[in-house]
Ligand binder design. Structure first.
Ligand code: 13P
Length: 272
């Protein structure tokens, strides 16, 4: 994408994020990676609803300022995502109230409740808390970035990213909409999860339709980590990952082999 288009779209998306209350005050930040590798980013401490195209910051691929505008204090988080994902060209970070409520409650958005979300976004894990703008935050997010297109950040907010700014924003919108429906359904007495079979069929549909490729199977890890559909990469998120929203309180998930190993150890301890 060229710089002029990036500046126009960032201002447009900033207004949308503000009008939808995904951000208030000077919350949130947005960036686009240009075709030549430079980054156009929102300036720090600026209301995203009131930006102008010439107020935006411009940096090189390492985040070094190329103008006198100071980029977002969270630029390192955007750079991490660009480093880990060559396919990503845009990042939106916000504090949408329902998604952020999950992040504050220590919950991932990973229950299979909505077929469309399984098709288009997949589960959204929760990265452990890290002080904003420091390595703590980026290191908590690092293991999750390559497996997911949106993340929650504990006691902080949400980030979504994509091949362009509209896709990043759409993913943020889906995250927030899903969190809202999940909360509403809990008020109505609790959500009914889709069955494992239904989830597996949806994953096949999304791969056949090209919504998410086979490489994105890990994006179902939250839905399926207790089921027979194993992550083919064998690279399940662990560091920083706080599993399923239902598993957080006292339940754990083990594979069959792990369970057998644990039982054998318990038996041999009993014999000695
Ligand atoms: P910046 O204004 O520096 O982008 O920070 C806003 C924010 O939301 C931090 O989480």
């Amino acid at each position: 994408m060229d710089e002029k288009t990036a500046r126009r779209e960032i201002v447009q998306i900033g207004k949308l994020m503000y009008e939808r209350s995904y951000v208030v005050s000077s919350d949130g930040n947005i960036s686009v990676r240009l075709d030549d590798g430079r980054i156009v980013a929102t300036p720090t401490m600026t209301c995203k609803g009131r930006m102008t195209e010439d107020s935006l910051a411009l940096t090189d691929a390492e985040g070094k300022s190329l103008t006198d505008r100071k980029a977002s204090s969270e630029l390192a988080m955007h750079l991490l995502i660009y480093q880990e994902r060559r396919d990503v060209k845009a990042v939106c970070h916000a504090h949408p109230p329902h998604g952020t409520a999950f992040a504050v409650a220590g919950l991932a958005i990973d229950q299979p409740i909505l077929s469309e979300v399984i098709l288009t976004l997949g589960c959204v894990p929760l990265a452990a808390y890290g002080t904003p703008s420091t390595d703590e935050l980026t290191e908590a997010m690092r293991p999750l970035v390559k497996h997911h297109n949106a993340l929650l950040m504990a006691n902080h907010g949400a980030v979504a990213y994509g091949a362009d700014l509209w896709q990043a924003f759409d993913r943020l919108e889906t995250l927030e909409h899903t969190a809202r429906i999940a909360i509403l359904s809990r008020i109505l007495g609790g959500s009914k999860n889709l069955s494992t079979d239904a989830v597996e069929k949806l994953i096949n549909v999304r791969e056949a339709a090209g919504y998410l490729g086979e490489g994105a199977r890990c994006q179902a890890c939250g839905y399926l980590h207790e089921t027979r559909l194993a992550c083919p990469t064998g690279d399940r998120p662990s560091a920083g990952y706080r599993g399923s929203s239902e598993n957080g309180a006292g339940k754990i998930a083990l594979t069959r082999d792990e369970l057998v190993e644990l039982l054998s150890q318990a038996v041999s301890r009993g014999e000695s």
